[in-house]
Ligand binder design. Structure first.
Ligand SMILES: CC(C)(COP(=O)(O)OP(=O)(O)OC[C@H]1O[C@@H](n2cnc3c(N)ncnc32)[C@H](O)[C@@H]1OP(=O)(O)O)[C@@H](O)C(=O)NCCC(=O)NCCS
Length: 160
């Protein structure tokens, strides 16, 4: 049995001058890449093999990230279906030279799909929530999945 907490990953990265946009703060795409990297590792470990990003839900940037911030990306599987998984990611920042509490920078939910050698979706093992929080995340992940699939169906239907 695998619980969401067994799938947790934490990545930390110091933001440098290479990561900035024209305003001098960190480019949103840099943060998105780190989020996708973390979700990719979590999904590949849980799915025991290659996994690709099928979708990333709206990503809200709550606070700008500055050069010298240490970004911490926390990711875990919230829900697993047949071949797809929802990975929840939370991004926090702290200063590299100061012991201040972490600031919430961004959150995102990604749909990752396990693939076989022929790049076809491949089954993954079931996920078993072991705490009330994990059960809540699983319920909420299912609600998001229903919305994503309904939106995709509605768009396809509107074209026919
Ligand atoms: C993701 C991909 C493999 C899905 O292929 P597909 O032919 O649509 O396969 P399926 O319809 O069987 O879907 C596979 C699973 O993904 C889920 N899924 C696919 N697209 C989804 C979306 N937009 N939202 C939610 N779930 C989605 C399906 O519900 C299904 O879940 P389940 O097996 O747990 O029930 C395919 O679209 C792909 O290869 N996309 C490119 C991925 C990529 O290269 N990402 C890197 C970024 S460049």
């Amino acid at each position: 049995m695998t619980a969401p907490s067994d799938t947790r990953l934490t990545l930390s990265h110091v933001m440098s001058a290479h990561d900035t946009n024209l305003m001098g703060t960190v480019h949103g795409g840099v943060v998105m890449k780190l989020v996708d990297d973390a979700a990719g590792v979590v999904a590949a470990r849980y799915g025991q093999g290659a996994a690709v990003t099928a979708a990333m839900d709206e990503m809200v940037f709550v606070t700008p990230v500055r050069v010298g911030d240490v970004l911490t990306i926390k990711a875990q599987v919230n829900w697993a279906g047949r071949s797809s998984m929802e990975v929840g990611v939370r991004v926090e920042s702290t200063r590299w030279d100061d012991l201040t509490p972490p600031v919430h920078v961004a959150s995102a939910y990604l749909v990752m799909v396990a693939l076989d050698a022929a790049r076809r979706p491949r089954p993954v093992r079931p996920l078993t929530p072991s705490t009330p929080d994990e059960a809540r995340r699983q319920r909420e992940a299912l609600i998001r999945r229903e919305h994503r699939l309904a939106r995709r169906r509605a768009i396809v239907d509107s074209r026919s």
